[in-house]
Design a protein around this ligand. Structure first.
Ligand code: DC
Length: 226
């Protein structure tokens, strides 16, 4: 099937700045931004609130049928709606962060989210960030970026982000959470985090957001000029 829309897939470890870059790209190119991690976070929040036992497949399947996630684009961000409730702030809290990787390993959860993500990219120009976008969700994406940054830089970024939101966290706790998530995300059976063969690696440890944006915009230009 020939696609007329342009798809940019951005994958990488947690707190690499994927969403910041994806948001800036979407704004610059007038694309729709989809934060796929936010979808897994919304599912995790629902499971936590409803005390869903994630080892019970029937309970998980039943819960998935009751979950409706909507992503509403705002001028500078997206609003994450869980069954019509705005959960954008709540899904970023540590309680969700510490459970989301486990929830994301569940096959049924991934199948439901991937189907919804594919649908979002059917007709629109989109930039989607996550872990398996270039490998599983859109293996035929027009441009695939794989982002990395040093663990120290990532932990420091996350710390600043959470402190700015008023959360009481310490660097060591964040480092541990990131290492734990990296491990689960890249070793799980279902579509683990890995670099697609045709992805361009972007190590942004020493790059400003503007430099990263410029780099990717240039790649888009090259592809469009082909
Ligand atoms: O990007 P993030 O940190 O908000 O993502 C939260 C979690 O969701 C992450 O630990 C792994 C999972 N995730 C995933 O499994 N697949 C995706 N495409 C996006 C996120």
């Amino acid at each position: 099937m020939v696609r007329n829309n342009f798809i940019i897939a951005i994958d990488g470890f947690s707190s690499c700045g994927k969403s910041t870059l994806a948001k800036a790209l979407a704004k610059e190119l007038n694309f729709v931004f989809v934060d796929s991690g936010a979808m897994y976070r919304a599912v995790t929040l629902y499971f936590l609130r409803n005390s869903i036992d994630i080892s019970n497949r029937d309970a998980v399947n039943k819960a998935l049928k009751e979950i409706k996630i909507d992503l509403i684009p705002l001028s500078n961000s997206i609003q994450i709606m869980l069954n019509s409730e705005d959960v954008s702030a709540e899904i970023r809290q540590m309680e969700v962060s510490s459970q989301v990787s486990e929830v994301s390993t569940i096959k049924e959860v991934r199948t439901a989210m991937v189907a919804q993500q594919k649908e979002l990219g059917e007709r629109r120009d989109i930039v989607m960030d996550g872990r398996d976008i270039g490998t599983t969700v859109f293996p035929d994406a027009d441009l695939k970026i794989f982002m990395t940054a040093s663990p120290e830089v990532r932990a420091q970024r996350r710390l600043e982000e959470l402190l700015a939101k008023g959360e009481q966290v310490v660097l060591d706790e964040i480092k541990e959470n990131l290492a734990h998530r990296d491990h689960i995300d890249s070793t799980r059976e279902e579509s683990p985090l890995r670099q697609a063969e045709d992805a361009i690696v972007l190590d942004n440890s020493n790059l400003t957001p503007e430099e990263q944006l410029k780099f990717v915009l240039n790649q888009v230009k090259i592809i469009r000029g082909k």
